[in-house]
Ligand binder design. Structure first.
Ligand SMILES: [Zn+2]
Length: 95
C-alpha cells in the first residue's frame, strides 16, 4: 500500500585538491509504502521504482517478505474468486 512520499536531504563533503572541504547536499525522494504481507512500513527511493507503482493500485512487498510467495497467494485468491463466479450468473468473460 502506498502511504506517502517524503524528501530527505543528505550532506556530502568533498575535499578538493587544495584541501578545502566543500559541502554539498543532495535531495532525494523516498516513497513510504506499507508491506501488503506483514504491514510494516518500508521505504524505497522514488528514482529506483516505476512511478506507476507508487500508488495503492499495486501491491508492495517489503524486503523481509517473499514477493513470489505473495504472488502465489494472490493467485490462489483470484482462483477462488473465479470459482465463485462460475457458480453465478455473472458472465466471467466480460470481467
Ligand atoms: Zn513485509
Amino acid at each position: 500500500m502506498f502511504i506517502k512520499t517524503k524528501k530527505v536531504t543528505r550532506e556530502y563533503t568533498r575535499s578538493s585538491k587544495l584541501e578545502k572541504s566543500h559541502i554539498y547536499t543532495r535531495t532525494k525522494t523516498l516513497v513510504v509504502l506499507e508491506c501488503d504481507v506483514c504491514h510494516n512500513e518500508f521505504e524505497r527511493e522514488q528514482g529506483k521504482m516505476n512511478p506507476k507503482r507508487a500508488s495503492s493500485e499495486y501491491y508492495h512487498v517489503c524486503p523481509n517478505c517473499n514477493p513470489k510467495q505473495f504472488a502465489q497467494k494472490r493467485g490462489v485468491e483470484r482462483r477462488k474468486l473465479w470459482n465463485l463466479s462460475a457458480d453465478s450468473d455473472i458472465d466471467i468473460t466480460k470481467i
